[in-house]
Write a protein that binds this ligand. Structure first.
Ligand code: SF4
Length: 464
């Protein structure tokens, strides 16, 4: 399961490219396929520098310190389709209103109709991306409106999840969708301001967290101040619960919640909901660690690192045979026989998507002598796809779609299996249920989607 993208924006009294480079490195977990930085430079234009791979690979032939510009935005990209740095972000469009560059985390769910309409209106797409559609919408509205009003008009035309870092000529903005599906926060540096997907991208700059960007809010940053434009407000929000369970880095704070402590609370709740007689709690590294500490503390069962992760496995090719696919799990994770041999293990992870990796891990632990393997999961069963930027896109790929817990237990070869309940998870996160997106665990989405049940989304037309 992977997140689609991390974003950052900075305005400072010095050149910002090195700052953005640091922030993108801190956001590496949100996208590993490509990275890019766009700055407004001395030529009074926005220039973008992009490459494929991890942030350090993407910029290996670029002199970051040589990039001039005191205002800029950056992006780490995850997409299965990317084949050229050209498609990486920021997306830059030169329009009659000026240069517009966008870095996007999320998915525009009505992008198909939108593109069709823009094509009919005479726009020439070069990439065909939803970011290009947003830039075209903006350029159209900028003919008659100021930037804030143009953004508001753009928002009335797009549905879905979007946290955006935007440049309009030399101005820098952060924008969060009205439901706040993806995170976005604002920080202050000694010499300017920064906006980023997660607080870890602020920490790395020594920036102080001011607050989260509010759902439906546009924030402009300069080297001296930030200016807030509250553009739209929904009664309820739809923060992605998976940010707390898995996507965000554990050392981030999102919408006021400490991610590590939230995961630990989920583990504690899991111990109450699904107790078991066992000798040892073993986390799946690194995704299940905080949950496992919570489970161990609450249950009194000692915790030990029974699985070692090989941190140096990079991106790999698609394994052509079953044998190689099975060996791949050994390349990534290896049980420590002296710890697991003869033990009744509670194996804790954040989620199960397809179930293949979990089954392999259970089998591995048994092959190294584990007497029993009880699996405990820090999210409810994932029964439906995500339409908002997480790569679980079909029901067929999900082990919990159409199977009950007992059937899943059999498929993953566990002695017992326990998922946290939706109520338990919501309580551990500490937000109102109606302020969270729970689409993939309830099949009910916060935005109207063809063929799916809808929880709420007020009509965009109401925002005049
Ligand atoms: S459907 Fe699931 S993964 Fe997607 S945004 Fe909603 S909670 Fe997050």
């Amino acid at each position: 399961m992977r997140e689609k993208c991390g974003i950052a924006a900075a305005a400072a009294k010095v050149d910002v490219a090195p700052y953005l480079y640091f922030s993108l490195n801190a956001l590496q977990h949100r996208g590993q396929e490509a990275a890019g930085i766009g700055v407004y430079d001395d030529s009074e234009q926005i220039k973008c520098y992009k490459g494929l791979g991890l942030v350090n690979e993407a910029f290996k032939d670029i002199d970051i310190n040589g990039i001039k510009g005191k205002r800029g935005i950056g992006h780490t990209y995850y997409s299965v389709k990317i084949s050229s740095p050209y498609n990486a972000q920021p997306t830059l469009v030169h329009t009659s209103a000026g240069d517009i560059a966008l870095a996007h985390n999320g998915i525009i769910t009505n992008s198909g109709e939108l593109k069709e309409r823009l094509l009919k209106e005479g726009h020439n797409f070069s990439m065909g991306s939803e970011e290009e559609s947003m830039a075209f919408l903006l350029s159209d509205y900028l003919k008659t409106k100021n930037f804030e009003k143009a953004i508001k008009s753009m928002m009335r035309n797009i549905q879905g999840s979007y946290s955006l870092a935007i440049m309009f000529n030399n101005r820098v903005f952060g924008l969060r969708d009205p439901l706040g599906i993806k995170p976005l926060c604002l920080g202050k540096m000694d010499n300017g301001y920064v906006i980023a997907s997660e607080t870890v991208a602020l920490d790395v700059l020594g920036a102080e967290l001011i607050r989260d960007v509010k759902p439906g809010e546009l924030i402009e940053i300069t080297e001296d101040e930030y200016i807030s434009y509250p553009l739209m407000e929904e009664k309820n929000k739809a923060h992605c619960f998976f940010e707390y369970v898995y996507f965000a880095r554990a050392d981030s704070i999102i919408d006021g919640k400490d991610v590590y402590m939230t995961r630990k609370k989920i583990g504690e709740r899991l111990a109450v909901e699904h107790p078991v007689d066992a000798d040892l709690v073993v986390p799946v590294p690194d995704s299940g660690r905080a949950h496992a500490y919570g489970y161990s503390e609450k249950s009194g069962i000692p915790i030990a690192e029974g699985l070692m992760k090989n941190r140096y496995v990079g991106r790999t090719f698609i394994m052509p045979t079953q044998d190689l696919r099975q060996k791949y799990i050994l390349l990534k994770t290896n049980p420590i026989r002296s710890i697991v041999d003869g033990k009744r293990i509670v194996l804790v992870d954040d989620s199960i998507v397809r179930g293949t990796t979990m089954r392999q891990m259970v089998d591995l632990l048994r092959s190294r002598g584990a007497k029993e393997v009880h699996v405990r999961i820090g999210s409810p069963p994932i029964i439906a796809p995500c339409y908002f930027g997480i790569d679980m896109t079909t029901r067929e790929q999900l082990i919990a779609h159409g199977s009950d817990v007992e059937e899943i237990r059999e498929k993953i070869h566990a002695d017992s299996l326990g998922y946290i309940s939706i109520d338990g998870m919501v309580e551990a996160i500490g937000m109102e249920r109606d302020d969270l997106c729970l689409g993939c665990v309830t099949g009910e989405y916060p935005i109207k989607l063809e063929g799916e049940r809808e929880r709420f989304q007020e009509n965009l037309e109401k925002w005049e």
